[in-house]
Write a protein that binds this ligand. Structure first.
Ligand code: ARG
Length: 257
């Protein structure tokens, strides 16, 4: 298999990627959001977002390097050029699009609350009951996320508690300092598989991105606004990865769906 030659790229009007000079694409990710992005002690990143990133780099014929950064600092760090793109389960939202651009969406996931088994909240079967039950409860979310924005806007009667990492939030949930948490269903399932989550369950009511604009329009790769050329290439790569089954394989591997 041969990708476009340099001559062909120039003929299409695309200049060679600036990043190609260094031969690598630097990707900012949280590294603490399983199963999207997990960093080990040596800084090696695995997970769905790592697979997507590595596959994009391969399509662009660039070496991948991951830089780990707290979630709510990813956008400022991208704009400060600490890395070239963000892949961190980040949803495409109007708020974020004021600061950065996004690729086309490469995946979309529902969101759910986790609650203690046998609690009123755990029994909620519809949105209105869920909302009523949340009133006065301590709801954990990761700071800077769409989940934080959603609960703040749509569930004003809940007591919002924000955490830098999901890990800290889960510790507070399992030790009773929180009544419930709100996150991507797949991140919640990752928690529920742990022994300390034995007394917890998903609340049935699924909150998909269509339910409110704060939840965004699917996950996108974050790109600086002045990088239109890189954005075009990444969109092309995502298109190819969708067609050749790579995205589906990665999703089956990490989400069993
Ligand atoms: N999709 C949600 C958002 O964009 C949650 C992302 C959390 N990602 C992470 N690496 N912690 O806000």
């Amino acid at each position: 298999l041969k990708l476009l030659s340099l001559a062909a790229i120039l003929a299409c009007g695309l200049s060679p990627l600036a990043h190609a000079a260094e031969g690598e694409l630097v990707i900012g990710t949280e590294g603490a959001y399983p199963p999207f992005s997990m960093a080990d002690a040596n800084g090696n990143v695995t997970g769905f977002d790592a697979d997507v990133g590595n596959a994009v780099c391969e399509k662009l014929q660039l070496k991948c390097r991951f830089v780990v950064q707290a979630f709510d600092g990813l956008i400022p760090a991208l704009n400060a050029k600490r890395f070239d793109i963000i892949i961190s389960g980040m949803s495409i939202t109007d708020e974020r699009q004021k600061q950065i651009d996004f690729s086309n969406s490469y995946a979309e996931f529902p969101n759910q609350f986790v609650a203690k088994k046998d609690s009123d909240l755990a029994a909620a079967k519809d949105f209105d009951t869920l909302k009523k039950d949340l009133s006065g409860l301590r709801v954990g979310v990761q700071s800077g996320t769409t989940h934080a924005a959603y609960v703040e806007k749509v569930m004003p009667d809940a007591q919002l508690m924000t955490y830098d990492t999901l890990d800290q939030m889960q510790i507070d949930l399992s030790s009773g300092r929180l009544d419930t948490s709100f996150a991507d269903t797949s991140a919640q399932n990752d928690f529920l598989a742990k022994p300390e989550a034995a007394d917890f369950q998903l609340v049935d009511v699924v909150i998909d991105s269509a339910s409110d604009a704060t939840l965004g329009k699917g996950l996108g790769i974050g790109i600086r606004k002045d990088e239109g050329d890189l954005k075009a290439r990444i969109n092309q790569a995502l298109c190819d990865l969708g067609e050749d089954g790579t995205l589906k394989t990665a999703s089956e591997k990490w989400f069993k769906l």
